[in-house]
Ligand binder design. Structure first.
Ligand code: SAH
Ligand code: SF4
Length: 409
């Protein structure tokens, strides 16, 4: 495990909070100035409201559009940087708002340099995790930069193999807190790209920005439905972050009413459903949510989702040694998914401190996979990227699914 001794993004030195300091205990109270902590993050102001607020400040509508672009396209970290805006207007904004509602507290980088994990502190001291994964060109697949984001501090759903579930629920994240995670990771990538270009190692059109966002960090995105959807609107906004909906993946534990609702949203998102067991008995053992939404209801909603959206569903299946990984489980899974447009992502569990689970050996995983493949169910097993910093997290299996999404595209 590598504890980064310095921030990899020189731009953050200009942030109002200063550099992330790995020596600071994560229990320390926020060190921001008292006035700062009272200010609302401008990232929590919706587009409509921002237009209104800007007009209330006596500015013409195009100023709101410039401000929006500075925040989400350019990724400004201070109002001072927004030189397209007049100084008095910038000063007025500065008095009312802060920009980011999250502060990096601990930053980890995997030994191979491909993966960063950041622990962010929120304004009230809550902590969340975000992961950045860098993938190079790989055969026919283009280079990618994927961010795995949190939507809640903690989680109420209590899946027994999940480190977040083991910690319980703290609170919902606001849209600004969700979007700020992507903005922060994009700054890291942009500054790396700028270095490559300056060193002559790459041309401007050869570098890769953030390509994918997966909602697979802490929390259940569909239990924070409105804020998750608001954050998607900002990420997808053509004059904002401009990330195509097909490059956004929402992962859910299987909340049936919300899956049905999501099917009617106007985005071509990817949906990942955490199935993890093919029958109610095994699923209820590891996922308490199964008592509320048993497999038959969940699968009915999934089939309707595919029919309505004409998009495949990604099923996540965490392999737990001697719990859900026998050939019989695989056979039942194949029957359950028979004829459904889908892709199964098999993820050897990342054992958590409190959980009793371990990974099946390669032979068991291969056998499980073989049964699925023979039954014609598309599937992928991925080994971990940045395992050294994911260890102990029990989460963020995102990259594995992200690979599966790419492979299926
Ligand atoms: N709450 C959502 C999204 C966050 S969890 C959900 O459950 O889908 C993202 C993914 O990580 C889920 O598929 C989840 O089951 C999986 N996961 C949780 N703990 C894990 C662990 N210890 N090892 C491997 N995957 C895990
Ligand atoms: Fe919550 Fe997802 Fe973890 Fe289950 S796997 S406890 S739903 S974060």
């Amino acid at each position: 495990m590598t504890l980064a001794s310095q921030n990899s993004d020189p731009e953050t030195t200009a942030a109002p909070y200063g550099l992330a300091n790995p020596d600071v205990s994560i229990d320390d109270p926020a060190s921001d100035s008292p006035t700062d902590t009272l200010l609302t993050s401008i990232l929590d102001v919706s587009e409509d409201d921002l237009n209104y607020q800007v007009s209330q400040m006596g500015q013409p509508p195009f100023r709101a559009r410039q401000l929006w672009r500075s925040l989400y396209y350019e990724g400004a970290q201070s109002f001072d940087e927004m030189t397209t805006l007049a100084k008095p207007f910038r000063a007025a904004l500065e008095e009312r708002y802060r920009i980011s509602p999250i502060v990096p507290e601990v930053e980890l980088r995997s030994a191979d340099g491909s993966t960063d994990k950041i622990l962010f502190k929120l304004q009230d001291g809550e902590l969340i995790e975000t992961v950045l994964m860098r993938y190079g060109l790989d055969g026919h697949r283009r280079a990618r930069r994927t961010v795995c984001i949190s939507t809640q501090a903690g989680c109420a759903l209590g899946c027994t193999f999940c480190a977040t579930g083991q910690q319980g629920f703290r609170r919902q994240l606001s849209p600004g807190e969700i979007v700020a995670q992507v903005l922060h990771m994009r700054r890291i990538i942009r500054s790396e790209n700028a270095e490559l270009i300056a060193a002559g190692s790459a041309k401007k059109d050869e570098v890769t920005e953030i390509t994918n966002v997966v909602f697979m960090g802490m929390g259940e995105p569909l239990a924070n439905y409105n804020n998750t959807l608001s954050s998607i609107a900002v990420m997808n906004h053509a004059q904002g972050m401009n990330i195509g909906a097909r490059h956004l993946t929402v992962s859910t534990v299987g909340l049936v009413p919300e899956i049905r609702k999501l099917a009617r949203e106007p985005y071509q998102l990817n949906l990942a459903v955490s199935l993890h067991a093919p029958d109610d008995e095994s699923r209820s053992r590891t996922m308490p949510v199964n008592k509320r939404y048993p497999i038959a209801r969940l699968m009915h909603a999934c089939r309707d989702y595919v029919e309505t959206t004409n998009r495949r569903i990604f099923f996540e299946y965490v392999l737990l040694d001697h719990e859900n990984d026998t050939p019989e489980h695989a056979k039942k899974l194949a029957e359950l998914l028979n004829g459904l447009m889908c892709h199964v992502n098999l993820i050897p569990v990342n054992p958590t401190e409190k959980g009793p689970y371990s990974r099946p050996n390669d032979k068991r995983s291969a056998l499980f996979r073989e049964v699925l493949t023979k039954a014609g169910i598309a599937n992928t097993v991925r080994q971990e990227k940045g395992i050294d910093i994911n260890a102990g997290c029990g989460q963020l299996r995102a990259h594995a699914l992200d690979d599966a999404v790419e492979a299926a595209e």
